[in-house]
Design a protein around this ligand. Structure first.
Ligand SMILES: [Zn+2]
Length: 476
């Protein structure tokens, strides 16, 4: 073959390959999530697909065949402590299809759902794996898992089963008007209370998880939430707003809206976990995952095009999309930092009253946490599926203890990071010196000059000792 023909031949080959690739669906991402009653895989796709899902035994694995698709980038591996998913691998098949194999810790019942494109133009394939043991749990209505669990980002309207006899949850949500204790005007910027929105998980026709003795998650979350609210209201400079005030359903977006409307400084969602292995136990604290935030942000932007002043007083209406998303991103970064700090404090406090399921703050794409302007955490108080923890969750003494621990965490978060203009910030804060800390580090942490700290605490030099309690003045 002469070299010109060779070049032409190769060019034709490339063109042909290019046209095949152009028609292929790109598989861009894979997320793994854990919900109270199932585990979920979410594939991010460039276009609608046709696919097949099946399971194999010895070793247990889930096979997802996607026709005419190829992998873009790498698929994320599940965390090693994921209850169901072990390892993800993939390979091309028949020159044009993609096979993804997920090694499982055990088989389950599979359900898959294709989600139409969201605002960002991304399609999704969701695959849910339900535990086998409980026949009732085997076929939960798709609408429940899509619309009412905090783990599941609510996307564009998903295909609904033809008949759904239960009342329309949206209708209930619309009918509900939150009762906020001081709804209209707050004294501008001086000595105001910090506001904590307390969100008792689930409610009404959505009972949440169920314990082996029949305890409903919605009831224990509400009991703990009420006790927490009472503790908060008892403390000067703090005020609680209960997101739901009784046993009724509110959808997740509405929960966040109530928090925003009450100008909450922190949103605390209270839940109880469940898993099919009854020995799994302990508390965990979650914040929002960065992953998926981009598309949620895009959606959020789209929904709020006409609302101004939501992002640190900057109207997004007259900004172009790129600028608007940068502003939103900045606002979210600050909010995420605050959420992380609050979550760390609450986790540290929960550690003192019992077993933790996860020792570090967990991140997940909870829709209920996705607000760019209110720091938010979600507390899984315990596993209601564990008989011991279920009876603890029912006990008033334990509910008190749990509420107290969450309160202590929230309190110490605000002692350290009360927003300017609040009573707590103006009263000054206290800092207990721990090992390795220096005066200059503490000054930096609070954004106060070293001199001011020294004056306030009548210090002659820069020496601090472990256990010493410093009053931290407000700068300016
Ligand atoms: Zn829950």
């Amino acid at each position: 073959m002469c070299s010109l023909i060779k070049v032409l031949f190769i060019s034709v080959l490339q063109l042909w390959a290019g046209s095949v690739l152009a028609q292929q669906v790109a598989v861009n991402s894979l997320q793994h999530q854990i919900a109270s009653d199932h585990s979920r895989l979410i594939f991010g796709l460039s276009a609608p697909i046709s696919h097949k899902v099946f399971q194999l035994d010895n070793p247990p694995r889930l096979v997802v065949d996607i026709s005419n698709a190829s992998l873009k980038g790498t698929l994320d591996q599940p965390p090693s402590n994921h209850p169901i998913f072990k390892k993800v691998r993939s390979a091309a098949r028949n020159d044009k299809d993609l096979r993804v194999v997920i090694d499982l810790k055990k088989n389950g019942i599979v359900k898959s759902l294709k989600v139409p494109a969201n605002q960002a133009g991304s399609y999704q394939l969701m695959i849910d794996l339900f535990p086998k043991q409980d026949t009732h749990a085997a076929k939960p209505p798709v609408t429940h898992s899509v619309s009412s669990h905090p783990l599941v980002p609510k996307l564009n309207p998903s295909p609904k089963p033809a008949k759904k006899p239960s009342p329309n949850p949206e209708a209930v949500a619309v009918a509900y008007k939150p009762v906020v204790k001081k709804p209209v005007k707050k004294e501008p910027q001086r000595n105001r209370d910090v506001v904590i929105a307390i969100d008792a998980g689930h409610g009404g026709q959505d009972p949440g998880a169920k314990g082996p003795h029949g305890t409903h998650e919605k009831d224990v979350t509400f009991a703990i939430a009420k006790k927490l609210a009472a503790l908060i209201d008892r403390k000067s400079g703090m005020r609680a707003v209960m997101v739901r005030q009784g046993d009724y359903f509110i959808d997740l977006k509405k929960r966040m809206k109530i928090a925003r409307e009450s100008k909450a400084d922190l949103f605390v969602s209270i839940h109880a976990d469940a898993y099919d292995n009854p020995s799994v136990k302990g508390a965990s604290v979650f914040t929002l995952s960065n992953k998926g935030a981009t598309t949620e942000m895009a959606r959020w932007l789209a929904n709020h095009e006409n609302s101004a002043d939501l992002v640190s007083g900057v109207s997004l209406v007259d900004k172009d999309d790129v600028l608007a998303s940068v502003l939103l991103d900045l606002s979210m970064t600050a909010t995420q930092e605050a959420s992380q700090n609050a979550a760390t404090k609450v986790l540290g406090s929960l550690k003192q009253i019992g077993h933790l399921h996860s020792r570090s703050v967990q991140k997940a794409g909870f829709l209920v946490l996705k607000s760019p302007d209110v720091p938010a955490i979600l507390v899984e108080t315990a596993f209601i599926s564990n008989p011991d923890e279920e009876s603890k969750l029912r006990s008033v003494a334990h509910q008190d203890k749990m509420a107290r621990a969450i309160f202590n965490g929230i309190d110490s978060y605000f002692q350290q990071s009360a927003p300017a203009g609040t009573y707590i910030a103006e009263q000054g804060r206290q800092h207990v010196i721990s090992s390795g800390e220096t005066l200059s580090g503490i000054a930096q942490q609070y954004g106060v000059s070293m001199q001011k700290i020294k004056t306030t605490n009548a210090m002659n030099d820069n020496q601090v000792r472990i256990g010493q309690v410093l009053s931290i003045p407000v700068d300016g």
